[in-house]
Ligand binder design. Sequence first.
Ligand SMILES: [Zn+2]
Length: 237
Amino acid sequence: MALLLRLLILATPFGVPGAGLAQAGPPQLPPPRPDRPAPPAGELDQKAGGGEQQTVPVAEADEACLERLGKLGVTFEKRPAVQENSCRISSPVSVSALPNGVEVAPASLMECSYAEGLARWVAEVVVPRAREHLQSVPTKLLIGTAYQCRDQRAGSKLSEHAFGNSVDVMGFEFDKHPPLTIGFQTEGSPEATFQTAIQKEACTIFTTVLGPGADDDHGDHLHLDARARKGDYRICQ
Ligand SMILES: [Zn+2]
């Protein structure tokens, strides 16, 4: 009789009161449950991953750049991407100070990667050369033009200013030296040596450096841009 009951219970599709079966059932059920949602979730993840593959690296690159700016000691604000006719900045930052507390006056809009170059120029070139030749450190970088949606001065190509990839440096202020305006400096003076050095060495960081001596347009400022050219070709004048 007991055997018959067991057979009946086993044969019953919905194990009813069969305590043994009821316990055997659930332990088997849970595993498939987590497994079942998993495949669709996996598919979704793959789809999402595939869709994001084009955007994530850019966003990650932006984030990495912003992180590097912070580590370099740059004071900046992240700004929304700029798109104005053919002018654009994909990862804009408004920079108000560079390493060593050098103030950027006025605060200027530029591409994050460009800000990195500007920060390096100030930290690796301007500060040490000012110490060396002027026995002083810069406190302020005077900016003429940073981002500007306009054509290149000579030619039809858009200026790097239109991509947040350039600033025009008009001069500097120092802690223990009178302000220096980019332009003609008395030959052989510490100011002339300083200006020549920072202009020349800017070309290790930027791809275009135009300043006094380059042409009539650049007699009163240093134009520093990061235009990408074939074969890392640079213009340094
Ligand atoms: Zn310029």
